[in-house]
Design a protein around this ligand. Structure first.
Ligand SMILES: NC(=O)c1ccc[n+]([C@@H]2O[C@H](COP(=O)([O-])OP(=O)(O)OC[C@H]3O[C@@H](n4cnc5c(N)ncnc54)[C@H](O)[C@@H]3O)[C@@H](O)[C@H]2O)c1
Ligand SMILES: O=C(O)C(=O)C[C@]1(C(=O)O)C=C[C@@H](O)C=C1
Length: 314
């Protein structure tokens, strides 16, 4: 048995792993953990009985249940893979089932709010190591997951002060074995960085697709007919799960509004450059942004198309 980096793995990192919420991320973890032998037993938990049935049919976990309290019993690693707005409710529901020494984590796209929601519910002796795999697609549900999702992607950990080092190391080893590069930062810093690199870009995509669809002179059919290049890329992002993204914006309000303020100022500058024929200003900005795109590809954070190994084809 080897991990994603090819290192031999003798023993699982966890005995019993519970994944609560078995959609894109939860099912990808199940597949990767199973493939690499990171847990002896994988328990899949979802409040949607339809999802529980599909997880059983897919055979991606050893056990599948709709009962979170019973599902987490005896688990030494419990990962919340639900929308960020549901993390507090789930933590309260599993509290009495968590065994001493268990390590609780999550995969939420927002960190400060998740820490505030979850930490108060965790009993003494249970460690909390929040995580955010910066990897995903616009698809949802257990069928959309795949084991290489986290390969060469960042996973950001935001451990609260006083987290037992052993718990942190086990979570780090778990994500490293799935192929991620692990970085540690505070929840607040995470939320600020992700506001500009992930959250605001999604808001822009939702906005541009919504505006185009609303335009009276551009009919819906023309939007579909002519959506070839840039607009089509926006529609991929704007197809992302509405519940997940509603929760992200409501739970990272401060940082998103701060970045939007900055963005509005910069858009006003671009409008001014266009109005006054300031070609140099436009050319200089576009040259800088092209260099950023190229450096992202060089660092392996984006794979040139086609790449059906990481991202499912449309
Ligand atoms: N999709 C991405 O690109 C991506 C990337 C990184 C992190 N995340 C984060 O991962 C989490 C899950 O996202 P996803 O894309 O896997 O979502 P998803 O919609 O594919 O799956 C979420 C699952 O959670 C279940 N669920 C919801 N509330 C629940 C509850 N109270 N108890 C038990 N199950 C519940 C749903 O039934 C669903 O099966 C979110 O917090 C999101 O912010 C998503
Ligand atoms: O690639 C995509 O479709 C994504 O939206 C993935 C993406 C991102 O913005 O990069 C979305 C949200 C997650 O928290 C992490 C990753």
């Amino acid at each position: 048995m080897t991990d994603r980096l090819g290192a031999p793995r003798a023993e699982p990192i966890f005995e019993r792993l519970a994944l609560i919420g078995v959609g894109l991320i939860g099912s990808s973890i199940a597949r990767a953990a199973r493939e690499m032998g990171l847990a002896r037993t994988i328990v899949a938990i979802d409040r949607d009985e339809g999802v529980v049935g599909r997880v059983r049919d897919l055979g991606i976990a050893d056990e599948a249940t709709g009962d979170a309290l019973a599902g987490v019993r005896d688990c030494d690693h419990v990962i919340l893979c639900v929308p960020v707005g549901a993390c507090g409710t789930v933590a309260a529901a599993i509290r009495d089932g968590l065994k001493p020494g268990a390590v609780v984590s999550d995969v939420g796209s927002v960190k400060a709010s998740v820490v505030a929601q979850v930490a108060p519910h965790l009993p003494e002796g249970v460690a909390f190591v929040p995580a955010h795999p910066v990897a995903g697609t616009e698809h949802s549900g257990p069928e959309s997951g795949f084991p290489t999702l986290f390969l060469n992607r960042w996973c950001i950990l935001t451990p609260p002060e006083g987290t037992p080092p052993e718990a942190l190391e086990r979570v780090r080893a778990f994500w490293t074995a799935m192929g991620s590069n692990v970085e540690i930062m505070t929840p607040e810093h995470h939320d600020l960085v992700l506001a500009i690199t992930s959250h605001v870009p999604h808001l822009i995509a939702y906005n541009i697709v919504g505006t185009a669809a609303d335009l009276e002179t551009v009919t819906q059919s023309e939007v579909i007919k002519f959506s070839a290049g840039g607009f089509r890329d926006f529609t991929r992002i704007a197809a992302s799960d509405p519940t997940m993204w509603r929760d992200i914006f409501l739970h990272n309000k401060g940082a998103v509004l701060e970045m939007l303020g900055r963005l509005n100022e910069d858009i006003a500058l671009l409008a001014r450059a266009i109005r006054w024929d300031d070609g140099d200003a436009l050319f200089n900005l576009f040259t800088r942004t092209r260099a950023i795109r190229r450096s992202i590809i060089t660092q392996g954070q984006e794979t040139p198309e086609p790449d059906f190994g990481r991202r499912r084809p449309d």
